[in-house]
Design a protein. Structure first.
Length: 192
């Protein structure tokens, strides 16, 4: 085969690989949503839902990435133990908040739109959702973190990570890592 025929084949390989990644990320998200809804249905008890959903969400969400980005530049000044504690607290806060939105047995109608690569290892999966009569636009931001995992959720144009970053960055500027951990501890300790 001459070089003239190989060049088009090489040019075709890149879009095919990107297309496969888009399909893989979207499929992983759909699997995650199906699994979460199944756990919610089996649990049937709203109070038990956070503990039931925790292992499933840890499989599909990179809470370490979310926490690091929510804290912002100050994350580098956390000790490894503080990073671990902040991640644990932040994941508890997110899981509790997320699970409070569910009514066991009620499923949202979700339309998955075409996934979009935003960088070499980042993909956005836009969805349209109807839940309890309300319409929502939700974008799941996914990255290659031990497979495709959710690293942010944008609901009606508001990024979960950016929303918390506003709060946690302010806490960090007031009192460093200890202030962030204290703020997260207080948030987690409040009744739902």
């Amino acid at each position: 085969m001459t070089l003239r025929f190989l060049i088009p084949l090489v040019l075709l390989a890149a879009p095919l690989a990107a297309s496969a990644q888009l399909a893989e990320a979207q499929s992983r998200l759909q699997t995650a949503v199906t699994e979460v809804l199944g756990v919610a249905d089996r649990t049937g008890n709203r109070a038990a839902l956070p503990n039931s959903l925790r292992p499933v969400l840890h499989k599909y969400v990179s809470f370490e990435t979310m926490t690091r980005r929510a804290v912002g530049p100050g994350w580098k000044q956390f000790t490894p133990a503080q990073q671990q504690e902040a991640t644990q607290l932040f994941s508890t806060l997110i899981i509790r908040s997320y699970s409070s939105k569910f009514t066991p047995g009620e499923h949202p109608a979700i339309t998955y739109k075409a996934a979009v690569a935003t960088a070499a290892d980042r993909i956005d999966v836009p969805t349209s959702m109807v839940y309890k009569g309300s319409h929502y636009t939700v974008i799941y931001r996914m990255e290659q973190v031990q497979g495709w995992r959710i690293t942010d959720v944008v609901i009606e144009g508001v990024s979960l990570v950016a929303n918390y970053r506003t709060q946690l960055d302010a806490q960090f500027k007031k009192g460093g890592a200890a202030a962030v951990i204290s703020s997260l501890t207080q948030s987690v300790s409040r009744p739902q």
